[in-house]
Structures are given as C-alpha cells and as structure tokens.
Design a protein around this ligand. Structure first.
Ligand code: ADP
Ligand code: MG
Length: 256
C-alpha cells in the first residue's frame, strides 16, 4: 500500500521585514508516497525554495501542517544548487561530515561511504580536494554526503542549475538513476521542464507568488530504454512538455 512519507496540509507562509509583508505560499497541500520521485516546478520567485525550507523544518509555516511519517522517523536530506563542499577537506572528509557533526561516525558509516564512493565512481578521488574534481563529480560527492546520512526523504533544490548544459544532462540523468536505484523518496525543485519530465513520477506545478498548487501531473512514459536520457525520447514527452510549458507561461503572462 502507498504510504505517504510526507503530507503538506494547507501551508501558508509570508516573509516579514522592514518593508512589510511578502506573501510566499498560500494553501499548499500535497503528499509524497514512499519511493516516489516528485518534481516541483513553478515561475521563478514563486516560493519553491521557501516550501522546501518549510518541509526541511528550517522555517515554520504560518498556518497549516507538515506531517512526516512518524512510524519511520523520517530523516531529511537536503541538497542545494551549490555543492557546498568544504575546499580544505578531502572528498572522504567531506562525505563523512554529517556523521562527524552528528557524532554518528562508526565503522558501518565508513563502510557505507566507501560503498557509495565506489558505486558512484569516485573511489579514486577519495583523497582529492573538491577543487580537483569536475562540476559533475562534485555534485555526486555532495549527493554521497547527503546519502551517507541515510535520509528517508531527499530534498533537492535546483541541484543541477550551476552546471553547464551538457554536464547538466549527464549529471541529472546520473543522479536520477542513483536515486531510483536506491528507492529513496525524493522531491526535486527544478525550472527545467524536460528534467522534471525525465526524472519524476509526478510533477506539481505551482502558480506565481504567493504559490499554490496549480496542477498535479502524473508522468507515465512509454520507455524503450528505462533511463532519464531515454525518457526524453518517449512518445509522450513532447506533449507533456507543451502542457507544462503552457501552465507555467500562463503564470508569467498573468493568465488565470
Ligand atoms: P523560488 O525558489 O521559487 O525562486 P523563493 O522561495 O526563494 O522562490 O522566494 C519566494 C519569494 O519570497 C520571492 O519573492 C523572494 O524574493 C521572497 N523571499 C525569499 N526569501 C526572503 C527573505 N528572507 N525575506 C523576504 N523575502 C524573501
Ligand atoms: Mg529557489
């Protein structure tokens, strides 16, 4: 049975500062099931990062609730646009940062980190500093650092947007495959509609600010080759893209 890992119920949020109030989110409700990969798209500045910060517990909603599956004590992993690797630490030391800070470093954690480095092709770079790695490798190292904490829910805030187009295609496919293979529940924020269609099981379209859920689009592709790059060749891909593009551009044009 599908069990929600996360349920957002009627979330509202505003920022307050000296200039006054900025309403960012109104009445956002949705849920994410175990093992599901949800993408969230919406106009720039509509409140996507704010929503992720609320889910991560970094901000409190003004009203509404974020419910995490308490039977499983869901731990949240958060991956941002910048890899935020610490330049003075080796990749190995970066990857083990979470367990070190939370004082959960153990031989098992080290074994898991070694396995992930090996699975994701970074074993050879274990003793290198981040500056010696390509952008794609650094994003992979950042993902490993997040995965070492064994999160029940992975939050990804435009994790590929600092990469150039070619690298982005490869790295997003690569990371999409890793997340799928691990069966982890994930929420990806992206402004790249093709990326959302090729990676997600379902796409949530948000309106312009203050954001609310405009549409939920399940993604079912007829695939020859089951991979994010293969997904771009699915017969349904173009129609989904056009549909999403229309939803989003209506928001920019001030449509309904
Ligand atoms: P998105 O991630 O969709 O681009 P954000 O969630 O970052 O949007 O921001 C939503 C809106 O809230 C934007 O208009 C932004 O300017 C505003 N905002 C974000 N952070 C703050 C803040 N700390 N104080 C005031 N306004 C903010
Ligand atoms: Mg953002």
């Amino acid at each position: 049975m599908n069990q929600p890992v996360l349920e957002c119920k009627n979330i509202c949020f505003s920022y307050h500062n000296l200039k006054g109030e900025t309403k960012a989110l109104t009445d956002i409700s949705f849920q994410v099931n175990k093992g599901e990969f949800l993408a969230i798209v919406g106009p720039s500045g509509c409140g996507k990062s704010t929503l992720l910060s609320i889910i991560a517990g970094l901000l409190s909603p003004e009203s509404g609730e974020v419910l995490l599956n308490h039977q499983e004590q869901v731990k949240i992993g958060y991956m941002l646009q910048q890899d935020h690797l610490l330049e003075w630490r080796t990749i190995w030391k970066n990857v083990l940062l979470g367990p070190e800070i939370t004082k959960t470093l153990s031989p098992e954690k080290e074994a898991l980190a070694l396995k992930l480095l090996s699975d994701y092709g970074l074993s050879k770079f274990k003793d290198k500093k981040p500056g010696e790695l390509s952008g794609g490798m650094k994003q992979r190292a950042a993902l490993i650092r997040t995965m070492v904490m064994e999160p029940g829910l992975l939050l990804l805030d435009e994790p590929f947007s600092a990469l150039d187009y070619q690298t982005r295609l490869m790295v997003s496919a690569d990371i999409g495959n890793i997340i799928r293979a691990s069966g982890i529940t994930a929420i990806l924020i992206t402004h790249d509609l093709s990326e959302a269609i090729s990676l997600a099981d379902r796409i949530l379209v948000l309106t312009r600010r203050p954001a609310t859920v405009k549409k939920e689009l399940p993604i079912r592709l007829t695939l020859q080759e089951n991979s994010p790059l293969g997904a771009r060749n699915a017969p349904e891909f173009q129609e989904l893209f056009t549909q999403l593009w229309k939803e989003i551009s209506d928001e920019y044009c001030g449509g309904s």
